[in-house]
Design a protein around this ligand. Structure first.
Ligand code: 26V
Length: 814
C-alpha cells in the first residue's frame, strides 16, 4: 500500500471547471468559445489564487500576532519560474485543473505553456532565494521575501547567424500577469539626494527627490503546511505624474521627466552577476527596495502605532541579506531608528546588529561590492555619515581587541574613498555564512580572514539546497512516482532525507530497470521538447551530457568545449572510429553578461563547434552538440530530468556552491566534477565511487599559482590539447577566419586565469571511465539511484532548518 499525503483539495473537477468559467466570464470577459489558452491560463490562475487566499490571510494574521519571529529575506533577485503548476500542487488542485481544462476543450500543455516565466534573477543566487521562500512556507515559518518587481527581467538570449549572443529586452509584464497583487494603499516613500543639515543639535536629511515604492504581492504557498507567505516586490512610481508648469509650456518631454526618472529605478534587472559596475542606478535600486522593506516591516509589526517600541523589532523579524546587494539596509535601519524614531546611537546599533545577518555567495573578489563614497554621498548623504561613524566605532573596537594598525586599515569599511559592503555586512550583522562547507571555510581562511580572526563566532556555514517540489515533483513526475512506489509513501516531498530508503533498491535489478525506463522516457520527452521549441533533432538513445549555468571563465565552459573539440579531432584523425565512440549529445545552456567579452566569444565558439560537428558526416551518430538559447527555469525543468551526465567543472575554489549540481543528482544524473563548492559534499554523500572526480584541488591550484603558472607549457606538452586549440585558431570553426577567436586563444595561452589547460588532461582521462560505465546500463543506473538516494540532504528545507537553528533562532508558527 502506498501512502499518499500530498495536499488534495475537496473541490471537485466540476466545481473547478465552473470557477474557471466564472473567471473567463467576469475577469477575462470572454466565453469559453472565444477563449485562447492564455485566457484559460489567467482564469485558472485566478481561480487557484482564490483557493489560497484564506490561508494567506490567516498566515499574515498569525505572523503578526503569533508566537515566533518572522524571517525577512532581502534579495535583489527572486528567480521564481512559472507559478501555475506550483500553486496547483500546493493547493491540491492539479487533477481538478487538468480535468477542467480538458472539459473546457483545451490542452493542458497549451494552457501551462501560456504562462510567461518571470526572469527576475541572473542565476543561482536568484533561484536560491525562490527555493528558500518555498521551503520557509512549506515548513510553516512566517516569512517575507522582499525584492524588486523589475519591469524587464534577465534579457532574452538569441543567437545570430554567426552564433553570437544577441540580447533583447524581456518585457515580461507586457503579458497579463495574474499572480502579483499591486497594493497602492501600502506604498512607501523612498527619498534620495539633497543634504544633511543640523537643526537644534539634530542631523536632518533634506532629500532632493523621492519616489513611491508600491508593493506587488505574490503568494508563496507552502507544500502541505497550510501556510501561504508573501513575496513583496516593490515597483517604483513617480509622485508627480508630470510637472504642470513644464506641461503648460508645452514641453511635454520635460514634463514627464520626473516620472521617467522615478520609474527607471525598477525598470531593469542588471544582467551582470560578478563584475563591478558601480552604477548609480544600481545603488538606487538597492536602497529603494531595502528602505521600502524596512519601513514595511515596521508597518506590519506595529500596526497603527506612531511611537512603537522598536527595541522589540529583532524579536518580530530577522533579516537575511542575500549577498551584499541589500547591505545598505544596515545604515538605513540606523537612520530610521535615530532620525525617525529618536533612538540614541547605541540603542540603534544594538537593534540593528540583532536584526541583520549576511550570506556571502561568492569567492571572486570582483563580485564583492565596493561603492565609491562620492556616489553614496551624493545619493544618500545621511547614510554616508552613518557609515563613517560605524567605521569609527569599528576601528575603536578593533583597537580594544589589540588588532594592529595595518590590519585595522585592511579591514576598513570606509576607506576614505570607498565603502566595502561585505565588510559593513560582516560587522553590522550577527552572523555571516557561506553557502557550502568549502566556501565557508575559504571565507574564513581567505576572503574575510581578518574578520574571522576577530569575530570567530560570527562565522558559520549553511549549505545550499533546492526545493524538491519544483525540481523533482513538477519537473520529473515519472521519477516522483517511482520514488513514491519504491518508498511506499510520498512523504519524501516534505522530508527529503527519506530518499535514503531507495538505497537498497539500487541492488534490485527490477527497480534499476524501472529507473532506467524513467530516464529513457524523460529523454524522449526532452527530445520532443527540443524539436518543438528549438527545431533540434536530439537522439534520445545517446548519452545526454549537460552543462547549464551562467557563462563565466571560472566555470570553465572552455574546458568542456576544448575536450569536445579534441574528441572530434580524434574521430577526424582516425585515432578513433566513429562507431567505437560512445554516442553522446552535449547540451549547453548559458547566458553571458552583455559586456563580458570573453564569455560572449565562448558562446560564439560553442555555437560554431556545434555547427561544424553536427554537419560533419564523419562523426554522425557519435557526437552532437546543441546549445538551446535562452536557458531559463522552464528549460531547466525539462532538461535536468533527461540528463545522464552533468558537468560541474569549475576551477577548485571558485564556485561558491552551485545548485544545479544538486538538481541533477536528485534527478539521477551522474556528475563529472572538481572538488569545488557543494560538489565536495555531494560526492561525500553519494559516495566517491558514484561521482566522477577529476582535476586540481584548491591547494594544488594555489601551489601552481605560487610556482608561476604558464599555460603554454600545458599546450606544448599535450598534443591533443594543442590540436584542439590549434583548430580554434586555424579557422576550423570560423569558416577559415583565423582571427575570429584570437583573443580567446591568446587568453588561454598567456593567462588562462582559471587553469583550464592545466586540468585538461585529467578531464579527458576521466572520460574513459565515464564511457565504460555508461556502456553498462545496469551499473550506470545503479549509481544514478545511489545519487538520488543520498542527495536528500540537498533539499532547501534542510537549508532552511540550518538557518533557523544557526542564524535566525526561530521556527514554525504553532
Ligand atoms: C554580484 C554582482 C556584483 C555587482 C554587479 C551585479 C551583481 C549581481 C549579482 C551578483 C551575485 C553573484 C553571486 C552569485 O550569483 N553567486 C552564486 O550564488 C549561488 C547561490 O548561493 C551559488 O550556488 C553559486 O555558486 C554562486 O556563484
Amino acid at each position: 500500500m502506498t501512502e499518499i499525503t500530498a495536499p488534495k483539495s475537496p473541490v471537485t473537477a466540476e466545481q473547478f471547471t465552473e470557477e474557471i468559467r466564472e473567471q473567463l466570464k467576469y475577469t477575462q470577459n470572454v466565453t469559453p468559445e472565444q477563449a485562447t489558452p492564455a485566457d484559460v491560463y489567467v482564469a485558472a490562475s485566478k481561480a487557484v489564487h482564490n483557493h489560497l487566499a484564506d490561508s494567506w490571510f490567516k498566515t499574515q494574521a498569525d505572523t503578526v500576532n503569533g508566537n515566533t519571529r518572522a524571517v525577512g529575506y532581502l534579495s535583489a533577485e527572486f528567480l521564481m519560474g512559472k507559478q501555475l503548476r506550483n500553486a496547483l500542487l500546493n493547493a491540491g488542485l492539479t487533477d481538478q485543473f487538468e480535468a477542467a481544462v480538458e472539459a473546457l476543450g483545451f490542452s493542458v500543455q497549451d494552457v501551462v505553456d501560456a504562462e510567461y516565466e518571470p526572469g527576475l534573477g541572473n542565476g543561482g543566487l536568484g533561484r536560491l532565494a525562490a527555493c528558500f521562500i518555498d521551503s520557509l512556507a512549506s515548513l510553516g515559518v512566517p516569512a517575507f521575501g522582499y525584492g524588486i518587481q523589475y519591469k524587464y527581467g534577465i534579457f532574452k538570449q538569441a543567437f545570430d547567424k554567426d552564433g553570437k549572443q544577441v540580447e533583447t529586452p524581456d518585457y515580461w509584464l507586457a503579458n497579463e500577469e495574474p499572480w502579483g497583487h499591486i497594493d497602492y494603499n501600502r506604498s512607501q516613500k523612498v527619498s534620495f539626494g539633497g543634504e544633511v543639515v543640523e537643526e537644534s543639535g539634530k542631523k536632518v536629511w533634506k532629500p532632493a527627490w523621492s519616489v513611491r515604492a508600491v508593493p506587488v504581492d505574490y503568494l508563496v504557498p507552502g507544500y502541505a503546511s497550510g501556510r501561504v507567505n508573501t513575496l513583496r516586490l516593490w515597483s517604483a512610481k513617480s509622485y508627480d505624474e508630470f510637472d504642470l508648469l513644464a506641461f503648460n509650456r508645452s514641453e511635454y518631454m520635460e514634463a514627464v521627466e520626473p516620472q521617467v526618472k522615478a520609474e527607471n529605478i525598477s525598470k531593469i534587472l542588471y544582467p551582470e552577476d560578478s563584475t563591478k559596475v558601480g552604477k548609480e542606478l544600481r545603488l538606487e535600486q538597492q536602497y529603494f527596495f531595502v528602505s521600502a522593506s524596512l519601513h514595511d516591516a515596521i508597518r506590519v509589526f506595529y500596526p497603527g502605532q506612531d511611537k512603537p517600541d522598536l527595541t522589540t523589532f529583532p524579536d518580530k523579524i530577522v533579516f537575511q541579506l542575500n549577498d551584499t546587494h541589500p547591505v545598505i539596509g544596515i545604515p538605513e535601519l540606523m537612520r530610521i531608528l535615530i532620525d525617525e524614531y529618536d533612538y540614541d546611537w547605541n540603542t540603534a546599533w544594538s537593534i540593528t546588529t540583532k536584526t541583520f545577518n549576511y550570506t556571502c555567495h561568492t569567492l571572486l573578489p570582483e563580485a564583492l561590492e565596493v561603492w565609491p563614497a562620492s556616489l553614496i554621498g551624493e545619493l544618500l548623504p545621511r547614510h554616508l555619515e552613518i557609515i563613517k561613524k560605524i567605521n569609527e566605532q569599528f576601528e575603536a573596537e578593533l583597537k580594544t581587541k589589540n588588532v594592529d594598525a595595518a590590519t585595522i586599515k585592511d579591514m576598513a569599511i570606509y576607506t576614505g574613498d570607498s565603502v566595502r559592503m561585505a565588510y559593513l555586512a560582516t560587522y553590522g550583522g550577527s552572523h555571516v555564512n557561506g553557502v557550502a562547507e568549502l566556501h565557508s571555510q575559504l571565507l574564513k581562511d581567505v576572503t574575510l580572514k581578518n574578520f574571522s580572526d576577530v569575530y570567530p563566532d560570527k562565522f558559520t556555514n549553511v549549505t545550499n539546497g533546492v526545493t524538491p517540489r519544483r525540481f523533482i515533483k513538477l519537473a520529473n513526475p515519472r521519477l516522483s512516482d517511482l520514488i513514491t512506489e519504491g518508498l511506499g509513501t510520498d512523504k519524501w516531498l516534505s522530508d527529503l532525507e527519506l530518499l535514503k530508503g531507495l538505497e537498497p533498491l539500487a541492488a534490485d535489478d527490477e527497480f534499476v530497470k524501472k529507473f532506467a525506463a524513467v530516464k529513457q522516457a524523460n529523454k524522449v520527452d526532452f527530445s520532443n521538447y527540443a524539436k518543438r521549441e528549438y527545431g533540434f533533432d536530439i537522439d534520445p538513445n545517446t548519452m545526454i551530457n549537460t552543462m547549464v549555468k551562467r557563462l563565466h571563465e571560472y566555470k570553465r565552459q572552455a574546458l568542456k568545449i576544448l575536450a569536445l573539440i579534441a574528441r572530434y579531432a580524434d574521430i577526424k584523425n582516425g585515432n578513433m572510429k566513429a562507431d567505437e565512440v560512445l554516442p553522446r549529445t552535449v547540451v549547453f545552456g548559458a547566458k553571458a553578461a552583455p559586456g563580458y567579452y570573453l564569455a560572449k566569444m565562448t558562446i560564439q565558439l560553442i555555437n560554431n563547434v556545434a555547427r561544424v560537428v553536427n554537419n560533419d558526416p564523419d562523426v554522425k551518430g557519435a557526437l552532437h552538440v546543441y546549445f538551446p538559447w535562452n536557458y531559463n527555469v522552464r528549460l531547466a525543468q525539462h532538461l535536468i530530468p533527461a540528463t545522464d551526465l552533468d558537468e560541474q567543472i569549475s576551477q577548485a575554489g571558485k564556485e561558491a556552491s552551485g545548485t544545479g549540481n544538486m538538481k541533477f543528482a536528485l534527478n539521477g544524473a551522474l556528475t563529472v566534477g572538481t572538488l569545488d563548492g557543494a560538489n565536495v559534499e555531494i560526492r561525500e554523500r553519494v559516495g566517491a565511487e558514484n561521482f566522477f572526480l577529476f582535476g586540481m584541488t584548491v591547494d594544488e591550484v594555489d601551489a601552481l599559482y605560487a610556482e608561476g603558472y604558464d599555460p603554454a607549457k600545458f599546450y606544448e606538452a599535450d598534443p591533443r590539447l594543442k590540436q584542439a586549440i590549434d583548430m580554434v585558431s586555424n579557422g576550423t570553426f570560423s569558416n577559415g577566419d583565423r582571427n575570429a577567436y584570437a583573443p580567446l586563444v591568446a587568453d588561454w595561452l598567456t593567462k588562462d586565469w582559471f587553469m583550464t589547460l592545466a586540468d585538461f588532461h585529467a578531464y579527458t582521462e576521466i572520460q574513459g571511465d565515464i564511457e565504460a560505465l555508461y556502456r553498462d546500463p545496469l551499473e550506470w543506473n545503479r549509481k544514478a539511484i545511489l545519487n538520488v538516494a543520498n542527495s536528500g540532504y540537498f533539499s532547501s528545507d534542510r537549508s532552511m532548518e540550518d538557518y533557523l537553528e544557526r542564524i535566525w533562532h526561530t521556527g514554525p508558527l504553532a
